[in-house]
Ligand binder design. Structure first.
Ligand code: FAD
Length: 323
């Protein structure tokens, strides 16, 4: 059976929570295998964990400069894994900014197709058949890569289930071609943002706030509801531009694409550019005081009301259920 390679992203040995889904998707197409880039001496437990999640093989690239270079180590490792595996039917990555860049670069290197924003995939006689969302979810497209090994970015929460656990075999990769000319990261400030909230791109629930929150102080309401639900925090561009929250939280055409099971939009009008990043969410709940706000066109549940009245009650109700 041919292998399906999955780029297993991790933060200092902690796998990102989309890796299980990527391996489940890989199992639909062939034998799941993971590719890991790590700094030597870190992530010793990754191979066993990836086996539990279904990887029959784990290709490991120990790269001294893994944290100091942009995506080049991932591209080099994926290319080396493709060469080492021999028979590969697809390469799957998540939708983080880094993984999508790595995927596009790999596709160019392999002379293969890059299918982005895939929400479903299956093995077909003519290769891998992928269902993609195009133009911000306005169209659904079915595509098959005509030649080469397709490189696919999968939206989170698209493929249900898990892959059966496997006894993972670890295969060491040589670090690949010369990366000396690669773009380097220069750390100007030591330290790391620490958050106990789920990562935005892979979260099961996302609570987003818009200009309707009115100020950075009021935006705390969005964070309080997110914390009550165990959700990630997102925002509209207007909220980001007004300085209510960090740009990394922006959802939409020029921000992050999310595809959670539940998306709550608080004080967000629902402009097309915002919808482009969230309308594939399974269930959308909107709270807005304007009954004519476009967000209600795509909401499964809508509350016409003031966020400052509705959201505190919602937080209280959620907390009461969990008590
Ligand atoms: P508004 O449109 O001002 O809406 C605020 C909403 O809050 C209104 O519907 C109002 O009724 C409601 N409201 C006000 N007060 C309350 C209250 N107390 N209680 C309840 N509801 C209340 N936008 C993005 O989000 N993401 C993107 O990636 C993005 N990319 C863009 C790219 C381009 C090239 C362009 C041109 C625009 C882009 N935009 C993007 C901007 C987009 O067009 C909208 O301007 C933006 O999404 C509006 O944000 P908003 O809904 O928070 O603000």
């Amino acid at each position: 059976m041919s292998q399906v390679l999955v780029l297993a992203e991790h933060v200092q040995g902690e796998l990102k929570n989309n890796v299980a889904e990527l391996l489940a998707a890989a199992a639909r197409l062939g034998e799941p295998a993971a590719v890991v880039v790590r700094q030597p001496g870190t992530g010793a437990q990754l191979t066993a964990r990836l086996g539990e999640l279904g990887a029959a093989a784990v290709y490991v690239a120990d790269v001294e400069e893994a944290d100091a270079l942009l995506v080049t180590p991932q591209v080099a490792a994926l290319a080396a894994a493709v060469a080492a595996a021999g028979d590969v039917s697809a390469v799957l990555v998540g939708t983080s900014i880094d993984s999508r860049e790595a995927a596009a670069r790999l596709a160019v290197r392999l002379g293969a197709a890059f299918l982005s924003d895939v929400v479903d995939l299956a093995a077909a006689p003519d290769g891998v058949r992928a269902t993609q969302q195009a133009f911000g979810g306005a169209y659904t497209v079915t595509a098959t890569a005509a030649r080469g090994i397709p490189v696919i970015s999968l939206r989170p929460n698209s493929v249900p289930g898990t892959a059966p656990a496997a006894q993972a075999q670890e295969i060491r990769l040589a670090p690949g071609p010369n990366m000396a000319a690669a773009a380097r990261i220069t750390a100007r400030h030591e330290g790391q943002a620490v958050s106990t909230r789920p990562e935005l791109t892979a979260a099961d629930i996302v609570v987003s706030g818009g200009r309707g929150l009115g100020s950075a102080e009021n935006f705390v309401l969005v964070e309080q509801l997110a914390d009550a639900l165990g959700a990630a925090v997102g925002a509209s561009r207007a909220a980001v531009d007004a300085g209510y929250c960090a740009h990394t939280m922006q959802v939409g055409q020029t921000g992050t694409t999310v595809s959670p099971n539940l998306y709550l939009a608080l004080g967000i009008s629902g402009a097309i550019q915002h919808r482009a990043g969230m309308q594939s969410a399974k269930t959308i709940v909107a709270i807005n005081k304007d009954p004519g706000a476009p967000i209600f066109e795509i909401a499964d549940f809508g509350v016409v009301g003031d966020v400052f009245t509705v959201v505190p009650q919602l937080i209280e109700a959620v907390n009461a259920r969990q008590a």
